[in-house]
Design a protein around this ligand. Structure first.
Ligand code: SAM
Ligand code: SF4
Ligand code: SF4
Length: 386
């Protein structure tokens, strides 16, 4: 079944540049903190993963993220001067890497819309962890520009990509992206990424009950044995514009049951701490994982909280640091990075901010966000990235 849009007007509360925590206050309140790569927050969670949104624009209008009714022709996107430059992003990323970040994911909006993104990738690819290791450098994309860009991204130093794809049926897919974009072009993008060596490739499918659930099995069949890991994501109550309702969420448990009934699965151990996806491998006749058939993942952000291991920070397009996907306030790092004198405080500011972190929204999901603000004040996914 494809999605039918009921016209609705959702007031978008603009969180950009509003009500920011001052990192200067966080920094001034304490002493300089040396970067040891061992930083932890109030719940003893390390800092390992930085997601950087490089644009708030997108050429798709997925109803769960940037619904057309809200992100219409009158929507005001950030002016170019508000965006962090590639040099500013790299300086901030460097401070995070000094404190333990090992993985950087570029996101958006649609990150491949940012002009010369390859140049940012090349700069980030030069960063090294305190142990001298290169970063796990990746990017999440809707795949629409991937066929054109895959080899340039690889040449710039990108290691792998995650492609979002919400169905294989062309009509369902066009309705999900809501701009009539054909599925064949995204599939061609995935193929180009594979040929360019941007693997292991992951494909993310957000499942909305009654909208694209018919695509679960076709997607599983298509990617089984392909070397590509398909991950099903529960539709989340992120942002304020998608009109989220619990009834629209198809729990991961049900997804696993449906696939298992046709294509038997066995649960696999997590490959690393803090992993968001639960892993399931396709089984052989003996009921053991058949590596040639590969695996799938489920990300149960709604039905099974994984805040206890959350080691992710998010940097918005204009340089605000968010400690949780559901936070309503960010920390203004742009002011620091644009000030030649205070730039040296970046590392300590990051340390003070992370050390004070308590966020665990998914564990305490309710009408209020984690800092007690009404849910509708939450920041949009297209602004801080997924
Ligand atoms: N435009 C790129 C893309 O779609 O891959 C990158 C940005 S997008 C915000 C990152 C990821 O967030 C995508 O995989 C998307 O499906 C997911 N996402 C957006 N809104 C969501 C929601 N309400 N619930 C679950 N996932 C969501
Ligand atoms: Fe764009 Fe990605 Fe959001 Fe879809 S999920 S509207 S592709 S940013
Ligand atoms: Fe991390 Fe916040 Fe998601 Fe919990 S709700 S897993 S703290 S981003």
């Amino acid at each position: 079944m494809t999605e039918r849009h009921t016209p609705r007007v959702v007031p978008l509360v603009d969180q950009r540049s509003a009500a920011l925590h001052s990192p200067a206050a966080a920094f001034d309140s304490g002493t300089r903190i040396a970067a040891t790569g061992l930083l932890t927050d109030q719940r003893a969670r390390p800092l390992r993963d930085l997601r950087i949104s490089v644009t708030d624009r997108c050429n798709f209008r997925c109803s769960y993220c940037m619904p057309k009714e809200v992100f219409d022709k009158d929507h005001l996107y950030l002016p170019h001067s508000a965006l962090l430059s590639f040099e500013e992003i790299t300086s901030i990323a460097k401070a995070f890497v000094a404190h333990g970040v090992q993985k950087i994911r570029l996101t958006g909006g649609e990150p491949l819309l940012r002009k010369n993104i390859e140049s940012l990738i090349a700069q980030l690819a030069t960063l090294r962890t305190p142990e001298g290791q290169a970063l796990d450098l990746t990017l999440t994309t809707n795949g629409s520009l991937l066929a054109r860009k895959a080899s340039a991204l690889k040449a710039a130093g990108l290691q792998r990509v995650t492609v979002s794809l919400d169905g294989l049926d062309d009509a369902v897919f066009r309705s999900m992206n809501d701009v009539d974009f054909p599925v064949a072009e995204v599939l061609a993008g995935i193929e180009a990424a594979r040929e360019a060596g941007l693997g292991p490739i992951k494909v993310n499918m957000v499942v909305k009950r009654g909208t694209n659930e018919s695509q679960i099995l076709p997607m599983a069949r298509h990617f089984r044995g392909s070397g590509i890991v398909l991950r099903f994501i529960e539709y989340m109550d992120v942002g304020a514009s998608n009109g989220w309702r619990m009834d629209d969420v198809l729990p991961s448990r049900e997804i696993i049951q449906r696939i298992h009934a046709e294509l038997p699965l066995v649960q696999l151990d997590p490959s690393q701490p803090g992993e968001t996806a639960e892993r399931w491998g396709y089984a052989n006749a003996a009921g053991k994982h058949d590596k040639a058939l590969g695996e799938i993942g489920v990300i149960s952000s709604v039905t099974q909280a994984f805040c206890g291991d959350c080691n992710r920070a998010r940097l918005s397009t204009e340089g605000q640091l968010y400690l949780c996907l559901f936070a309503s306030q960010g920390y203004d790092l742009r002011t620091l990075v644009r000030d030649p004198v205070r730039q040296a405080d970046l590392e300590s500011a990051v340390a003070h901010i992370w050390q004070g972190r308590k966020d665990n929204y998914s564990e305490s999901r309710s009408a209020l966000s984690d800092d007690g603000a009404p849910a509708q004040r939450r920041v949009e996914m297209s602004y801080i990235g997924g």
